[in-house]
Ligand binder design. Structure first.
Ligand code: KIV
Length: 288
C-alpha cells in the first residue's frame, strides 16, 4: 500500500490482526528512515524535548517547538500517518485553546492527527476535537507530561484498581472518538485486556506483545543515546558508530590527511598561471 495511511486503515489492520508499526521522528533524516522502512505511523512526539532539545522532561516543550519539527516531518513523509503531540498545557487549560492548538497542527504543520495525554479527564476535549474533524490519538498509562506527579513510579496499573482504571480510561477515550490509544509502561496482562476490550487499536510502548501495534522513540531504537531502558530493544548502536566516525574526522583534519585532492575542486592549469601571476602583482602593488 503506497497511499497515505489513514486512521481507518489502522482500525482495519487491527481487525485483520496485522500489527501496526509506529516510531517517533522529529526531522527529515529520521522521517526518511521511517518511510524507507514502511513505518505506518510517525509520531512527532513531545519526547522532542528530552530526545532532541536537551530538556529534562517533556514539560517545557512549546507549541512553536512542536510545530517547527512537525513541519519538517510532514514535508518529508509520503505514506505514514503523521501524528503531532500536543505539548503540556496546550490542551488542558480551556477548550478554545485546545481547539486552536490542535488546529494549528493540521493547518500550519500539515499533520494528519494529534495526540494528547490522559484518559477520562481528557475525554471531553477529545470529543470536541473529533467533532471538529481533528483525528485524535489518546495516551494513557505512563504519561510523560505528568512526570513530576508520578515521581519514580514508572509502571502504571500494577494493582487491580489502577488496572481497572486504565480499562475505564481507554473506554472513555474510545467513546469520545479517539482512533487509537498509546499504552505506555503498563503490565503486559493489562495491556492485552485493554486491547481486547477496544475496537480501536492500541499502540504499546513498554506494554507487552498484546497491543495492536508498537511504538518506540527513534533514538532509543537505533542507539542514538546512552539510555538503557527495559522496554526498549536497540536495533543498532549508532551512537558508537557516530563517535568513531567523528573521532576519525577530527584525527584526519589534525593529521592533514583530510581533505585530499579527491575532495577538492580544481581550476584549469592555464587559468592558474594567470591567477598566480596577477595575485603576485596585487601583492607587489600592495607593498609599493
Ligand atoms: O512523545 C513521545 O515520544 C511519546 C511516545 C513515547 C509514545 O509520547
Amino acid at each position: 500500500m503506497n497511499q497515505r495511511v489513514t486512521p481507518g486503515d489502522l482500525r482495519a489492520m487491527k481487525e485483520r490482526g496485522e500489527k501496526i508499526v509506529a516510531l517517533t521522528a522529529y526531522d527529515r533524516p529520521t522521517t526518511e528512515v521511517c518511510e524507507a522502512a514502511g513505518v505506518d505511523v510517525i509520531l512527532v512526539g513531545d519526547s522532542l524535548g528530552n530526545v532532541v532539545l536537551g530538556y529534562e522532561t517533556t514539560v517545557p516543550v512549546t507549541m512553536d517547538e512542536m510545530l517547527h519539527h512537525a513541519k519538517a516531518v510532514t514535508r518529508t513523509a509520503r505514506r505514514a500517518l503523521v501524528v503531532a503531540d500536543m505539548p503540556f498545557l496546550s490542551y488542558q487549560t480551556d477548550p478554545v485553546e485546545a481547539m486552536r492548538n490542535a488546529g494549528r497542527f493540521l493547518k500550519e504543520a500539515n499533520a494528519h492527527a494529534v495526540k494528547l495525554e490522559g484518559g477520562d479527564r481528557s475525554a471531553e476535549t477529545v470529543h470536541r476535537l473529533v467533532t471538529a474533524g481533528i483525528p485524535v490519538m489518546g495516551h494513557i498509562g505512563y504519561t510523560p507530561q505528568s512526570a513530576h506527579a508520578f515521581g519514580r513510579t514508572v509502571v502504571q496499573g500494577r494493582e487491580a484498581d489502577a488496572a481497572l482504571q486504565l480499562v475505564y480510561d481507554a473506554l472513555a477515550l474510545e467513546e469520545a472518538g479517539c482512533f487509537a490509544i498509546v499504552l505506555e509502561c503498563v503490565p503486559a496482562e493489562v495491556a492485552r485486556v485493554v486491547s481486547e476490550r477496544l475496537a480501536i487499536p492500541t499502540i504499546g510502548i513498554g506494554a507487552g506483545a498484546g497491543c495492536d501495534g508498537q511504538i518506540l522513540v527513534f533514538h532509543d531504537a537505533v542507539g542514538l543515546n546512552d539510555l538503557k531502558l527495559k522496554f526498549v530493544k536497540r536495533y543498532a548502536e549508532l551512537n558508537e558508530q557516530l563517535k568513531q566516525a567523528v573521532g576519525e574526522y577530527a584525527r584526519e583534519v589534525r593529521g592533514q590527511t583530510f581533505p585530499t585532492d579527491a575532495h577538492s575542486f580544481k581550476m584549469p592549469a592555464e587559468e592558474f598561471v594567470i591567477f598566480e601571476q596577477e595575485a603576485d602583482d596585487i601583492g607587489a602593488e600592495g607593498c609599493a
